[in-house]
Design a protein around this ligand. Structure first.
Ligand code: BEZ
Length: 210
């Protein structure tokens, strides 16, 4: 199955380290981050699960639920989490799905049919409408940057509420772009903090929600 941005995130029922999860029901009105791993006890993934555990408080403040998946059993997951907590000096505090048969990995199109299972290293951001807002697939050799995932969620939440887009390398608090659909004459009413008209198609304004 080939998923694209804007598609409904496929629903599933999964066994996790925190009990059975009915995915859409579990998400409720929250945003979701689903990130996947090809196997337990893999070194880069060990650091990633630990890094994410240190960020879950921040994600929770943005109404984001975190869910990991790895293609191994629950028993294996529990042993791996002990290792992660020990080596990464943290406490994994979000569910890890057991997907030993690659059922959910295949549902999300994470497994390349002609390559080995190590292609299962994806991140999905899912909106409260259950639609896919971002998909990134990483090589095995490169650990994921979860600050970037957090940054994208900040952007997605901002741009869902205002007629703006965020420029390259934008960070919370920096100026944003007024979308082309907004006419020049509408700008003072919509963006009372002021704006800069760099070009007719590139108009910026201070971040409107702070
Ligand atoms: C890892 O180090 O996490 C990893 C190694 C090989 C394949 C996939 C992941």
């Amino acid at each position: 199955m080939s998923l694209r941005l804007g598609d409904l995130a496929p629903d599933f029922i999964a066994e996790t380290t925190e009990g059975t999860i009915h995915f859409h029901e579990w998400l409720g009105n929250s945003w979701g981050v689903l990130f996947s791993h090809p196997a337990d006890f893999t070194p880069v993934c060990t650091t990633e699960l630990g890094a994410m555990a240190k960020l879950t408080d921040q994600f929770e403040k943005l109404n984001v639920k975190v869910l990991a998946i790895s293609a191994d059993s629950l028993e294996s997951h529990r042993e791996w989490i002990t290792d992660i907590n020990e080596t990464q000096n943290t406490s994994v505090n979000y569910p890890l799905i057991a997907d030993p048969e690659f059922t959910i990995a295949n549902l999300y199109g994470m497994v390349h049919p002609n390559v080995d299972k190590f292609t299962v290293r994806s991140v999905f951001i899912i909106g409260p409408d259950k639609k896919i807002k971002l998909m990134i697939t990483y090589p095995a050799s490169t650990g994921r940057n979860f600050d970037e995932i957090f940054r994208v969620i900040e952007s997605l939440q901002l741009t869902a509420n205002y007629s703006v887009a965020t420029p390259a390398n934008w960070k919370h608090g920096e100026d944003v772009i007024i979308t082309p659909a907004v006419k020049d004459e509408e700008i003072p009413g919509k963006f009372p903090k002021g704006h800069t008209r760099v070009k007719p198609y590139l108009r910026t304004t201070p971040q409107p929600d702070i």
